[in-house]
Design a protein. Structure first.
Length: 300
């Protein structure tokens, strides 16, 4: 059974807070409820409307957005609301009772080249997973129906899936001009059919970001926390746009060495060493001074 956690995120509207979850809540639809009658198909939204300060409930992807009336301030109630949401989600009760119309999901997928010549990024027009997953072979992909289907193709070497895209790495036996269109259509048809990209169990087994988050919250030293913050804010968005991911592994204080893990298109990329030395390493040295001597990458 899934175990849910909630992260409270502010928005540009001071009356609206986002309560982000670590699992997807809906398959492919956004919902907005302005009162308890409109929420007849959402037991969760109905429960929230029993709170007198709730004006509007938004449910989409991996978050619940709540708009309040002015009778309370979010600082006074947000922790209690987050706890209520966690308890509800972990009870196993439905979030939204979605009607199955039998119609395919409207989705587009486009192919995007990456700096790694062996990897192509396939970007979907909607969110497909809540976190990142990497599969190096068909055995690792046993809990991802999409990755399993991709590994049926003999030229597929690795699969990396993040929020709204799939990075596919190939063997040299095939050329991109011959396989890009079939791959794009396979991924589009899979998502359009409403199939589950990853199973519920894999989110407990292969949540690639979890080790970093646990360490960050519990046992990292101040320097390591600063490195993680810089990677999250400045580096991750850039590598994600290229179809990859970077994870902090460790900081060796005696040698001032930062060890990171590269995933997706970044793993095995010929230009990754240049990027590491002239991009990430230079940035960390500029921002952290003599605390950093070297950045070393371990391919994921």
């Amino acid at each position: 059974m899934k175990e849910y956690t909630i992260t409270v995120v502010s928005t540009n509207n001071p009356n609206i807070l986002k309560f982000e979850t670590n699992h997807l809540l809906t398959s492919h639809t956004n919902f907005e409820f302005k009162n308890i009658d409109e929420a007849k198909n959402s037991p969760l939204a109905q429960q929230l409307f029993y709170l007198p300060f709730i004006k509007t409930v938004y449910i989409s992807g991996n978050f619940i957005g709540l708009e309040r009336y002015d009778i309370v301030a979010w600082d006074d109630v947000k922790d209690e609301v987050a706890q209520q949401l966690v308890e509800y989600l972990n009870s196993g009760e439905p979030v939204v009772i979605e009607e199955n119309t039998g119609k395919p999901v409207a989705v587009t997928v486009y192919a995007e080249v990456t700096p790694n010549p062996t990897t192509m990024k396939f970007v979907a027009s909607r969110k497909i997973v809540a976190t990142a997953f990497e599969f190096k072979n068909i055995d690792e992909a046993k809990d991802s129906p999409l990755a399993l289907e991709l590994f049926q193709l003999p030229f597929v070497k690795q699969v990396f899936i993040d929020e709204n895209y799939v990075s596919v790495s190939k063997y040299d036996v095939a050329e991109w001009e011959d396989i890009t269109m079939p791959l794009r259509e396979l991924i589009r048809e899979f998502i359009a059919a409403g199939k589950q990209v990853v199973s519920d169990t894999i989110e407990q087994q292969t949540k690639v970001a979890a080790p970093v988050e646990v360490e960050k919250a519990v046992s990292l030293d101040d320097t390591s926390k600063q490195i993680v913050d810089i990677l999250e804010e400045y580096v991750k968005p850039a590598v994600a746009s290229d179809g990859g991911n970077i994870l902090f592994q460790s900081y060796e204080e005696d040698t001032k060495t930062v060890n990171v893990i590269l995933q997706g298109a970044c793993s095995g990329c010929p230009s990754s060493t240049f990027t590491l030395k002239n991009g990430i390493e230079t940035m960390l040295k500029n921002m952290m001074g003599d605390k950093i001597n070297e950045v070393v990458a371990v391919n994921g």
